[in-house]
Write a protein that binds this ligand. Structure first.
Ligand code: MN
Length: 292
């Protein structure tokens, strides 16, 4: 029997802050204080760059070289283009609809900034960065890079051209996601025309949330507006979504990783000695070399 997964809260975007000079983000968790650091596990951090217009500049705005270890950064672009380089030798550009899934694992250095031509022309910018935790046994996995261009993602089409589900990770009604993940999770980009209705189904025990990227929708029987985050309870397995206007949303659902968390800056480990070790490793040059 299907039981509705009810809504715990619909959260408006917290006040934004700048990450470097390129990313104006609303942190829904863990630092907003609104959603506990374990509440959306395996998703540890959600930085949402709501729509902003950047002026043209020859300078590429962004964040310079910095380390990460113990988790994965997942960057999704909705408007504008983000460029990336890391010390494992990977580089790429994330355009509209594209997703970059970077496994920091044992540790790397990277830099993230606006793509050159986007910087020169300026324009509308909207993106998401998620931090996905790694289970303890995979914390030290070798750095890995998945360039999940739009055309590589699974695509489930709604009947009558009413929209689509881009399956980034996991599976939706038999359509498989493109990402390799280290624990079970579902990550979808939904695009719905006005009036489109969709039923989503996730295990009751999953941590599940929905970020409204565009437009407005009725979720179960509540209204979710643009830029709001919908957090679901653990009381059922089915969510009903109806677009009350043309809408886009990011769906996150995953099996919680019930392990100790030691989070410090760009490191996400299980214990404090592991955090100290990561800092020592960065200082000893073990995360590789990357020029600013
Ligand atoms: Mn980073």
């Amino acid at each position: 029997m299907k039981i509705m997964k009810t809504i715990e809260a619909i959260i408006p975007p917290p006040p934004p802050h700048m990450v470097g000079d390129g990313f104006r983000v609303h942190n829904f968790f863990p630092s907003s204080g609104l959603i506990d650091k374990r509440r959306m596990s395996p998703f540890f951090l959600l930085d949402y760059g709501s729509k902003i217009e950047f002026s043209p500049t020859p300078h590429q705005r962004g964040v310079g070289v910095h380390p990460h270890a113990g988790f994965e950064t997942v960057t999704l672009a909705y408007h504008g283009k983000v460029a990336h380089h890391d010390s494992a030798g990977n580089a790429g550009v994330i355009g509209e609809g594209d997703v970059q899934w970077m496994t920091a694992g044992s540790g790397l250095l990277h830099k993230e900034y606006h793509e050159e031509n986007f910087s020169k022309s300026g324009g509308l910018f909207q993106m998401v960065q998620l931090w996905v935790n790694l289970p303890a046994k995979y914390k030290k996995t070798k750095p890995k890079y998945q360039d999940l261009k739009k055309e590589l993602q699974g695509r489930y089409l709604l009947p009558d051209g009413l929209g689509e589900v881009a399956v980034i990770a996991g599976e939706f009604k038999g359509t498989k996601g493109a990402a390799y993940t280290f624990s079970p999770m579902q990550v979808y980009n939904l695009k719905l025309k006005k009036g489109a209705n969709l039923e989503l189904s996730f295990p009751k025990t999953d941590n599940t949330g929905m970020l409204m990227i565009e437009g407005e929708a009725k979720v179960n029987d509540e209204t979710a507006k643009t830029d709001h985050f919908v957090l679901f309870n653990h009381d059922g397995d089915v969510i009903q979504v109806t677009a009350t206007e043309e809408a886009a949303m990011l769906i996150l659902s995953g099996e919680p990783i019930n392990e100790p968390i030691a989070a410090y800056g760009p490191f996400l480990m299980n214990t404090w000695p592991e955090v100290e070790q990561a800092i020592q490793d960065v200082n000893a040059g073990k995360f590789g070399v990357l020029e600013d």
